[in-house]
Design a protein around this ligand. Sequence first.
Ligand code: NAG
Ligand code: NAG
Ligand code: NAG
Length: 419
Amino acid sequence: MKIYHNTLPHLLLYTSPKKTTHKEIFGRMSRPTVTSSFPATVAVALAVVQLVILIVPSTVVEARTKTIPADSSKLDEWIAHNMREYNDRKGNETGVKALDRRLAKAEDGVRLIIVRKDGRGNFTTITKAIESIPSGNRRRVVVWIGGGIYREKITIEASKPFVTLYGQKGKRPMITFDATASEFGTVKSATVAVESDYFVAVNLAFVNSAPMPELGGTGGQAVAMRISGDKAAFHECHFIGFQDTLCDDRGRHFFKDCYIQGTVDFIFGNGKSLYLKTTINSVAEGTGVITAQAREEATDDSGFTFAYCNITGTGNTYLGRAWKERTRVVFAYTYMGNLINTEGWSDKMHGSKPRKSMYYGEYKCMGPGATPLGRVNYARILSDEEAKAFLSMTYIQGNKWLLPPPDLSFSRSQPNFFH
Ligand SMILES: *[C@@H]1O[C@H](CO)[C@@H](O)[C@H](O)[C@H]1NC(C)=O
Ligand SMILES: *[C@@H]1O[C@H](CO)[C@@H](O)[C@H](O)[C@H]1NC(C)=O
Ligand SMILES: *[C@@H]1O[C@H](CO)[C@@H](O)[C@H](O)[C@H]1NC(C)=O
C-alpha cells in the first residue's frame, strides 16, 4: 500500500519548529467530549446516516455507514474503505470526506525523528526523541524506531499531540519496563503512557516485564500501555503483561492486527474502542478475565467492541467482569477457544454486590468458548439491529480521524534510514 504517497517527498526531517505556546494551540482546541448519552449518540448517528443517504452517491454512503461485514472475505476491503488516505480527504472541510481539521493541518508537513540504538539516528532512546518534541506541537511527528529492546518508561504528555511511534518493519522493537502497582499505583505503572490526542503506534511491542502476581497477592498489577488520549490508533502492536496489561483509559481508540496478552482484567478502562482482527491471549493459570470495562454513568459513552478477534490461551477465563455499574463490552465475529468459562461473564468485582446495569453482548461468535449454553442470564445474544450500533466506524467516529499508518518502507531521499 502506498500510503501518504504524495506527502512522502515533503516528509521533512525533524528540525526545531517555530516556538508556539501551549495556549495558542489549545486555546482553540475544545477537547472532544465522550460524554453524550449512548441512545442520543445512536439517534444522532442514525439521523446523519439518513441525511447522508439523501445527499451523496451510494458508494460513499457505503464507505461511511456500512457495518463491519458478516462475510470475513470482505473485511479488509471494509477496513481500507474506512481508513482512506489523507490525500483522498484533505481539502474537504465539509461533507462525508471531511477529516478533522486540526488533524488535516497536522498531517500536512510530517516530520521525522529517527531513533536507533546504533547511534545512526537522531537519538538512541525513545525518551529523548519524545523530549525533543515541543509542547504545543501541532504537526505530525513520526518517531521511527529501529529494532531492539528499549528499557524505558515513557509518558507522552497531553501537550504533545500528533505523535506516531513507528517500529522498524520486520523487527518489531520492544519497549519494556517492570513497574508495578505497589510501587507506582496501577495507572502510573505503565511502561508507555500516552495522554495526548491523535497518537498512533505501528509495529511495536509494549511490555511490562514484572512477574505474574501471586494468587491472592496485592500490588502486582503492571500496565504495559495506558492510552488516555482521544483518537488513537494501534496497528500491529503487541501488549504483553499479566494483570492489567492494557489500560484503555479514556477517549476513542482503534486497534487492528494487535496481540494482547495477560491474565486478569488485561484490557481495562473507560475508553471507547474498536478492536479488529486482534489476538487476545490469556496466560492465566487459574481464573482469567479479559475485560474490566469501567463505564459507570448512564451518560458515559464508553465501551469496548471486539470484532473478528481470536481468543486463545489458558485458564478458566471470563470475557469480562463488571468493574463499574454500566460496564459495556461486545464481542462479534470472534473465535473463542475452550478457555472461555461457559458462563462467559461475571457481574461481580472483588466480591462486590452484583451489578445490575452492565451491557455484555455477543454476536455471531465462533469456537468452543462461544456456545450460548450455560451463559449467565444477563449475557445478551445480540440481534442484527442491536449489534449494528457497535459495528461501524461511527462507533468511534473513526471517519473523522482514522488514517492508515504511514508507509515508511521506502524513501527516495533517505534510502538507508529504514533498513
Ligand atoms: C472532496 O470530497 C468529494 C466527495 O465527497 C470529492 O468529490 C472531492 O474530490 C474531494 N475534494 C478533494 C480536494 O479531495
Ligand atoms: C536527524 O538525523 C538526520 C540523519 O542523520 C539528520 O539529517 C538530521 O539533521 C537530524 N536531525 C536532528 C534534529 O538532529
Ligand atoms: C486463533 O489462534 C490460534 C493460535 O494462534 C490459531 O491456531 C487459530 O487458527 C486462530 N483461529 C482463528 C479463527 O483465527
